[in-house]
Write a protein that binds this ligand. Structure first.
Ligand SMILES: [Zn+2]
Length: 484
């Protein structure tokens, strides 16, 4: 018998052990020799897939079959020659026409009988079915894992890292800190670009070590994972991970983004009163409501409009607070913020020593937390050791008891330490106020309104009764301000 040895590896398989051209060639040569066949030729395809029959060596082999040069085709496995039932059918047909046999070195096929040929096509059709369903099954398996709260791969989103043992995403403390900074900064009115600039200035990079851009900031701001909901495979898995920021903050941030988009020059929406909802009357405590007052007729015939706030009790006559213009409110509000910023800065300077103390406490806290984590992972190890019969039940009890005791002591120390932690508010307030004041003038009314609502609980205002003049604004003052 004159044998043609067909050998094929795909690009993927080249990396795999045991599938190399040499391995196939060796095995086929031995097989042919054992059968007392003359090896007529080798047809070797490298880095070629079996998805179709457009293969140069395969074509050459077909020619040789047609001219009767070979009368048996030998392959290492059926899938070397084809992965398609239809192609296999055609190949077997061609072989039969030219009285050529087909043999696999590792599988038992007899193509000399009709039943043998039916069997081989049956096997091939099962193989094809398997392959086509594999992708589907893998996807379904991954979805099931996701539903069980297990992360099935891909890159963990910023703020989280993958815990291999538990197959879950856990908060990455360092990245979470940057993520919070991004949300806080954006919500204080810094746009995407300015938030990026600020985060870069503070020395934080993306996970790849590159600087932050408006685009990468936007990706963070629009990914619900920060609030615990993982986007995966076109679905959102709610409460999949521990949230880094609250749902509330995430939603408000989205709202702020939307308002910024809507308020682009081309699509100026309805006007808003930035202070409505938080501004209270300094005389009666009632809410101040936004209102337009139409002014003089301008040269072009239109009337100028002035934004005012009016005490809701003034109309009924139970309060004598006169309407106050948005300009005056803006002015005194910013003055007050600047004053508060100064105060917090002074407080911060005084607390420099206290700051040192804070960082010491933080270090100690982190140390204690690490120790506690160690004990917890050790507990698992003892249990595994016991399960493997590496230690006795007595030893297991003894060791877990020791650990439990240490765990209690450490937890107690940690609780005490946490109580010692001084109020870190000044640091936060200086940062927040600086951002807020710097960006205030860049915001339009709607943006002002949203950022105000996020940042300030209430502003109580009072003013002198007389109206302001062209040269002097009406005197007003903030009697109380409560930050959120
Ligand atoms: Zn009032």
């Amino acid at each position: 018998m004159k044998a043609g040895l067909y050998i094929r590896v795909s690009t993927d398989e080249q990396a795999k052990h045991g599938f190399s051209i040499r391995a196939q060639k060796d095995k086929l040569t031995k097989f042919a020799t054992s059968q007392d066949w003359d090896i007529e030729d080798y047809y070797i395809e490298e880095g070629v897939s079996a998805k179709d029959m457009l293969r140069p060596e395969l074509s050459r082999m077909f020619e040789d079959i047609k001219t009767g040069k070979i009368d048996v085709v030998l392959v290492y496995k059926l899938d070397r020659i084809t992965r398609s039932v239809r192609d296999l059918y055609n190949i077997l047909d061609l072989l039969e026409q030219h009285n050529c046999k087909f043999k696999s070195a590792t599988e038992v096929y007899d193509t000399t009988s009709a039943i043998g040929r039916m069997f081989i096509t049956l096997v091939a059709s099962f193989a094809q079915f398997e392959r086509e369903n594999l992708g589907e099954r893998v996807r379904m398996g991954m979805e099931r894992m996701m539903e069980e709260g297990k992360f099935t791969g891909g890159i963990s989103p910023f703020g989280y890292h993958y815990n291999k043992e538990a197959k879950t995403l856990v908060i990455d403390d360092d990245e979470a800190q940057v993520l919070r900074l991004i949300f806080d900064s954006y919500m204080r009115g810094l746009g995407e670009e300015r938030t990026a600039k600020k985060v870069n200035q503070m020395g934080h990079t993306t996970r790849n070590g590159t600087t932050w851009t408006g685009k990468t900031i936007r990706d963070i701001l629009t990914n619900p994972v920060a609030a615990g909901h993982l986007r995966w495979g076109g679905e959102v898995y709610r409460n999949f991970v521990d949230p880094i920021i609250s749902e509330d903050q995430f939603q408000q941030c989205l709202k702020l983004r939307e308002s910024r988009r809507e308020m682009s020059p081309r699509a100026a929406g309805p006007s808003h009163y930035p202070f409505s909802g938080i501004l209270k009357c300094g005389r009666c405590g009632a809410a101040l409501k936004g209102q337009y007052r139409v002014g003089r007729v301008k040269e072009d015939g239109s009337r100028s409009k002035f934004k005012h706030y009016v005490c809701t009790k003034a109309r009924g006559g139970s309060c004598d607070f006169k309407q106050i213009s948005d300009t005056v409110v803006n002015d005194v509000f910013l003055k007050r913020l600047n004053q508060d910023l100064k105060d917090y800065q002074t407080a911060l300077d005084k607390e420099k020593d206290a700051q040192q103390e804070v960082s010491n406490i933080e270090k100690e806290t982190r140390y204690l937390e690490a120790q506690i984590n160690k004990i917890q992972s050790r507990k698992r190890k003892w249990q595994l050791a016991y399960a493997d019969e590496a230690i006795t039940l007595e030893e297991l009890k003894e060791r877990t008891a020791e650990d439990r005791e240490a765990h209690e002591i450490l937890t107690k120390q940690l609780d005490e330490l946490k109580q010692e932690q001084p109020d870190a508010d000044p640091v936060y307030m200086v940062d927040a106020l600086t951002d807020f004041i710097e960006n205030w003038h860049e915001l339009d009314d709607q943006e002002k309104k949203i950022t105000l609502q996020l940042f300030v609980e209430r502003v109580v205002i009072d003013a002198e009764d007389r109206r302001g003049t062209k040269t002097q604004l009406r005197q007003a003052w903030i009697t109380d301000i409560v930050y959120k």
